[in-house]
Design a protein around this ligand. Structure first.
Ligand SMILES: [Fe+2]
Length: 415
């Protein structure tokens, strides 16, 4: 599909601006003929200065480094404030055709001298870590994708209330599990809203929504949402109707006098990876076509109309790693963002994903009991529940994703 898109784009550009494409081809030819190739060996690093980039061979993978990018990423004191970790250089002041006058490798650094005499030094390991080629080959967040057996066999430990509230090391272990599996538990939490709030604040900030900061509800239909009923709920992600869905969901069942009500958890990334393997075109369609989710509430006390627009699957384009799944058949709105010839194919792709999500072996069922608090990555793991009888009181909240990931990074975890 990407190929089709690119062909379409090129055709459109050709029609509108024939000189643009022909100019592009001739400039491509010219730099291929004109490129200077200079090679220099220094320790384990070699480089070539081409017309449009510097090719650095270090650590096994050739890196193609754009000259403008190199000047923009200069870490000298006049260009970058290492105290605040902020750029001081005005990027707009750089000549778009800048090239270094002199290039060398010294003492583990690439050293460039620019026109006018400014010298930039880049650690070779810094370049190797921060190049596009490195990011293509690495994951942003390491994860263990799971079905029910994989998760159970992993024996990921639950944190315990007492140590969780007093030990940063316990919070770090908890966050590591959370990052890997997209779910994590804290046990032995007092069955109160206040204790639930306290345990979440060990991790991050609470994200206030129309449902409040901390919410606590029973099946009293107090809000215009099916969550406030006793009905079974199919697997879904929450707040898909936000432009940025809530990152983390916290649940704590404070009380249940009745039957049923188990919580269903499904790793959406595991299911989506199956679709990618079996039907790459369907995966790509789900990753490229934006659709709308919507929440309309018109009760006496609450008036809401929210919409969120985005594809079912979000994928980082540089390494094809999934970052977010938006899947909520309840809240999916009118599909009017897809031309008619794609609608049938989109439904087929959506059905393939749904079939994977509904495989019994992919379903993890847990009984939430008083004391057990679950944290769910709402960008990855879906939740649902079976129907129940009797009084069931649930409390919880959403957490701001940025702050959870920030906490994890401050512990030295990759996120
Ligand atoms: Fe939900």
């Amino acid at each position: 599909m990407l190929g089709t898109f690119n062909r379409t784009l090129r055709a459109a550009l050709k029609q509108a601006q024939p000189q643009l494409l022909s100019g592009f081809r001739s400039s491509q030819l010219s730099w291929r003929h004109m490129m200077q190739i200079r090679a220099c060996a220094a320790g384990s690093a070699t480089f070539q200065t081409l017309e449009d980039c510097l090719v650095l061979n270090y650590g096994g993978t050739p890196m193609r480094l754009n000259y403008l990018w190199l000047r923009d990423h200069c870490r000298s004191p006049s260009s970058y404030n290492s105290g605040t970790n902020q750029r001081d250089l005005d990027t707009a002041s750089i000549d778009l055709n800048i090239r270094p006058d002199h290039t060398t490798v010294q003492d583990g650094h690439l050293v460039l001298t620019w026109p006018g005499g400014h010298v930039s030094k880049y650690g070779l390991s810094w370049l190797a870590e921060n190049s596009y080629e490195a990011k293509q080959q690495s994951t942003v967040q390491p994860r263990v994708l799971w079905n029910s057996d994989i998760y159970k066999n992993a024996n990921a430990p639950s944190a315990k209330w007492d140590t969780f509230m007093s030990s940063d090391e316990e919070v770090k272990t908890f966050l590591q599990n959370y990052l890997l599996y997209g779910i994590a538990f804290v046990d032995d939490v007092p069955a109160t809203v206040e204790a639930t709030e306290a345990v979440t604040q060990r991790v991050s900030l609470i994200r206030e929504t129309t449902y409040g900061r901390m919410w606590s509800f029973t099946s009293d239909f107090s809000r215009g949402d099916s969550a406030y009923s006793q009905l079974a709920l199919d697997r879904h992600t929450d707040t898909s109707y936000f432009q940025e869905p809530c990152g983390i969901q916290v649940f704590h069942c404070l009380r249940h006098e009745g039957t049923g009500g188990r919580t269903l958890l499904v790793d959406g990334f595991y299911a989506a990876e199956k679709v990618r393997q079996q039907s790459p075109e369907s995966f790509e369609l789900l990753a490229r076509v934006p659709i709308r989710h919507e929440y309309i509430e018109t009760s006496d006390n609450h008036q809401n109309h929210m919409t969120g627009i985005g594809p079912v699957l979000n994928v980082y384009p540089w390494n094809n790693e999934m970052s977010l799944i938006r899947y909520n058949n309840y809240d999916r709105s009118v599909i009017n963002t897809i031309p008619h010839d794609l609608v049938q194919r989109w439904y087929v792709a959506h059905r393939e994903l749904t079939a994977e999500l509904r495989r019994p072996e992919n379903e993890l069922w847990v009984k939430l009991t008083p004391g057990k608090v679950i944290f769910i990555d709402n960008w990855r793991v879906m939740h649902g529940r079976e129907s129940f009888t009797g009084l069931r009181q649930l409390c919880g909240c959403y957490l701001t994703r940025d702050d959870v990931l920030s906490s994890a990074r401050c512990f030295g975890l990759q996120a």
